[in-house]
Design a binder for this molecule. Structure first.
Ligand code: FES
Length: 110
């Protein structure tokens, strides 16, 4: 007999996401696997760079230092994703993560 896992609200996990700003300030958020990082940051009064909120402009670019994520967009190149870049407005976390914010210039220079 096969057991099927249903992704009901009761089975959605929450992970601890540590955001590190360029000045070294750390902010810890609890982010569910079906929530975008920037949405949770905004809901908690955290001021992150954000513009299109659609995975297109890269204003919200950040870099994954630890953890695992899912990119819910196709904007970044595979080599940019491999280097850890992500878009906070269109990224789901799948584990506890440490993320360096404010990486738009670094992405554009990559
Ligand atoms: S805000 Fe434009 S890509 Fe995230």
């Amino acid at each position: 007999m096969t057991t099927m896992k249903i992704n009901s609200p009761l089975s959605i996990k929450t992970h601890q996401v540590t955001l590190i700003k360029p000045d070294g300030e750390k902010v810890i958020l609890n982010v569910k696997e079906n929530e975008y990082i920037s949405d949770v940051a905004i809901a908690n009064g955290i001021n992150l760079p954000l513009s299109c909120n659609a995975g297109i402009c890269v204003t919200c670019a950040a870099k994954l230092l630890e953890g695992t994520i899912i990119h819910d967009h196709t904007f970044l190149k595979p080599e940019e994703e491999a280097a850890g870049f992500l878009l906070t407005c269109r990224t789901f976390v799948t584990s506890d993560c440490v993320i360096l914010t404010h990486q738009e210039d670094a992405l554009l220079d990559f």
